[in-house]
Design a protein around this ligand. Structure first.
Ligand SMILES: [Zn+2]
Length: 93
């Protein structure tokens, strides 16, 4: 009904695309359960093929464990953005 074409990875609960403004977003991946660092795929509404990785975090100091987790999430998201349809966040140890 909206006439907007969403990328297949777009999570409508997090999408703000209106056609000329906003952005498509995948469901956010939380780096650690209960953590305040989240990442997701992002594409501007005006160019859904231009994919970015969006990071939202409440801190800039990371413990080594959290930094490792963030790295895994980013690798997983970048793989899905490159066309790998695997789950965001990696899925392997
Ligand atoms: Zn969308």
């Amino acid at each position: 009904m909206t006439g907007i074409d969403h990328p297949e990875w777009c999570d409508r609960l997090h999408c703000t695309a209106t056609g000329h403004a906003g952005a498509h977003r995948s469901a956010p991946v939380t780096v650690l359960p209960g953590g305040n660092i989240h990442a997701n795929r992002y594409a501007p509404a005006t160019d859904p093929a231009m994919t970015f990785i969006e990071i939202r975090c409440g801190t800039t100091l990371l413990s080594p464990e959290v930094a490792h987790g963030l790295g895994r999430v980013l690798v997983g998201l970048s793989r899905t953005a490159d066309g790998d349809s695997g789950p965001p966040g990696g899925g392997t140890s």
